[in-house]
Design a protein around this ligand. Sequence first.
Ligand SMILES: [Fe+2]
Ligand SMILES: [Fe+2]
Length: 224
Amino acid sequence: MSVQSLPELLIHDLGDILFAERTILKALPKMIREVSGAEMRARLEQHYEETQQQVGNLELAFAALGERAQAQRCPGILGIIQEHDEFKSEEEPSKPIMEAFDLGAGLRVEHYEIAAYRSAIAIARNLGIPEVIDLLQRNLDQELAMASFIESNAAMALETARANAEAAAAKSASRGGAKKGGARKGGAKKGAVKRGAAKKGGASKRGGAKKATAKRGSTKRARR
Ligand SMILES: [Fe+2]
Ligand SMILES: [Fe+2]
């Protein structure tokens, strides 16, 4: 389809967003399965239902323009989902780290949608089509609410992910130590100190966290 005018661009953009929403509907159940927090899972399930409504609103927007709802392949959303799938298969993350990654992946999806709806609304506004503006605004409001939910829950979710990742690492370290015998006990103690430093610094790489903690200390002293 040749796009030479703003009305044609609006139809193209609606098709692009329709493709994105349908793709998200397929990907969301997978992400819901990766979430262990009850609140986040319930919110994602709610957003799945919202996404179904959003597809309906987009079809109504096409109808308001006298057009048949036709999806346009959207490489943007496919890229975000591919990034998720590649991280999972190539980096072999533990469950808590996969969950931490998903916070960023979810936020990327929402912000992609927010940008897409804002662009389409701007075109519909320029063309003076209030019915389409209203339908797209309803979808945009849901995306904005979802993005702000993810952001406001990220601190707590990351804290849980860090604690779970450290507990799993400590468990596997103690299993390794027990295998080799008593000589490893001192080493395990050192590991515990490092973990404490990571807790203070909040960084994930244990060695780096120790260094980072020290650096922060010196900055603090320099400021005094
Ligand atoms: Fe959406
Ligand atoms: Fe969304």
